[in-house]
Design a protein around this ligand. Sequence first.
Ligand code: PEP
Length: 257
Amino acid sequence: REGRRPLIAGNWKMHLTHLEAIGLVQKLAFSLTEPQLEAAEVVVVPPFTALRSVQTLVAGDKLEIGYGAQDLAAADSGAYTGDVSGAMLAALACRYVLVGHSERRTLHGEDDAVVAAKVQAALRHGLVPILCVGEGLDVRRAGTHVPHCTDQLDLALAGLSTEQLQELVIAYEPVWAIGTGEVATPDDAQEVCGALRARLAERHGPELAAGVRILYGGSVKAGNTAGILAGPDVDGALVGGASLDADEFAQICRTAA
Ligand code: PEP
């Protein structure tokens, strides 16, 4: 993996109150050793309402667990009822923010232009975007999943400089594998992650491409993590359902470490 530190991020989606969030992070911290947390970067992605509690816990107990948000607004402030800005997330010391998760794209109508604006908003506030791309079942069946994903990548990063993309994280999440229990094969994951890295190399040079971490997401569980991570271009996992169980999530993190 050419020196890229594996990253395991747990997307809690719309689960857990702030009190439940504290319990889960504590349990996770007890389950992982310092060397494991050094070998693999472990990040939780709670709902907005739990971010402050997670921040306080992580900072207070000096836990080596990172955190981020599930979405942010494209705008920095204003009349956007219900939205949360990058500035607000930065003030909570979030390091990461998911952008373009398929549930945002499908349930909230976020198109590639919105995703690009949100990537830019994240970067403006010093947040690291975890940019999610991935094809639906129709595209997979048509066999055009690779260009579909590389196009999504191009559109999301349009106009950004190589300098701005140094810390970018990408998550390849085939929509047909999210929350379905149907996991991509290790070869499927490697095929698209490899193509995304090749596209980054084309646009931004091999050095940038070699440093960007590319995750796989879609029904990752403790039992299938090792296979998925075997691909040379798969640098970690974005985990949904299995991240709500501290024991299982810790096992996934240990496998990556
Ligand atoms: C996700 O929400 O990003 C995800 C991959 O979910 P799951 O692991 O539940 O498929």
